[in-house]
Design a protein around this ligand. Structure first.
Ligand code: MG
Length: 264
């Protein structure tokens, strides 16, 4: 069942979204060579606290931290620890914020120092695929329109969409209906209505789509151990343009993107 949010609920979710965005930005700035992933987790948790928000992920189905931190071939759900980041790594940061029983959720993949041109292109394409999906999040369209927009952009650029994990509705539940796959056919699935809040979150692999879960029972990695990127915004469907509730105060194309590179 899809819950449409009231105006007061949306106002609280905007606060959650701002906490998420500021936590992502602060963690991204700290994602430098030699930083440990647990240090990023502490930064993220303290930014949430400064917004009066609790970490939605901590204890969710037993997850032990505030932030999912996934490096290189790790797709999502990595557990923070003493692993130091290295020049050329990419680090996916995914964080949820809860205020008054409502949630916000967002993710961003940052580069650590300078990364290869190939890896930067994966980040550019994945970020752009998120915006291609968001552009479809309009009243009267369907979930499948979002899914198809993400998939077709990604595959046109030569990458693979992870099938085992999908985006989701959000509100009082961290994960609510509807599911928002990053693959699918246009004109299918639930029809979008004002007040729907969804998380669109392409998880995109440089190589093949296959993933597996490590022995820690959380960390999802690519089967071929090639790198993977993840970008997520929480979006509200409105009467007009989609509202990005986790908008980050960092410039788009912050990886030195040019259109020519993306379309190569
Ligand atoms: Mg999510």
């Amino acid at each position: 069942m899809i819950h449409l949010k009231t105006a007061p609920e949306l106002e609280t979710m905007r606060r959650c979204g701002r906490a998420v965005a500021e936590a992502l930005k602060a963690m991204g700035e700290a994602a430098r060579p030699d930083a440990q992933t647990q240090e990023l987790n502490e930064i993220g948790e303290s930014v949430l606290a400064s917004h009066g928000a609790a970490p939605s992920f901590k204890g969710y189905r037993g997850f032990p931290a505030a932030v999912c931190i996934s490096v290189n071939e790790e797709v999502v759900h990595g557990i923070p620890g003493d692993r130091p980041l290295r020049e050329g790594d990419i680090v996916g940061l995914d964080i949820g914020a809860q205020i008054d029983g409502l949630n916000g959720d967002g993710a961003w993949t940052f580069q650590v120092g300078e990364v290869s041109r190939e890896v930067r292109r994966l980040l550019n394409v994945t970020e752009e695929s998120l915006y291609q999906g968001i552009a479809q999040a309009r009243t009267g369209r369907r979930i499948g329109d979002i899914s198809h927009a993400v998939q077709s952009y990604v595959e046109r650029n030569g990458y693979s969409v992870v099938r085992d994990l999908v985006g989701h509705g959000i509100g009082r539940g961290l994960h609510e209906d509807p599911s928002v796959p990053n693959f699918g056919r246009p004109g299918t699935g639930a029809r979008l209505r004002p007040g729907m809040t969804i998380c669109i979150e392409p998880m995109i692999n440089q190589g093949k789509a296959g993933v597996r879960v490590l022995k820690d029972r959380w960390t999802v990695v690519t089967r071929d151990r090639r790198v993977s990127a993840h970008f997520e915004h929480m979006v509200c469907v409105t009467d007009g343009a989609p509202e990005i509730m986790t908008a980050l105060d960092i410039s788009r194309g912050g990886y030195g993107q040019t259109q020519a590179e993306t379309e190569n």
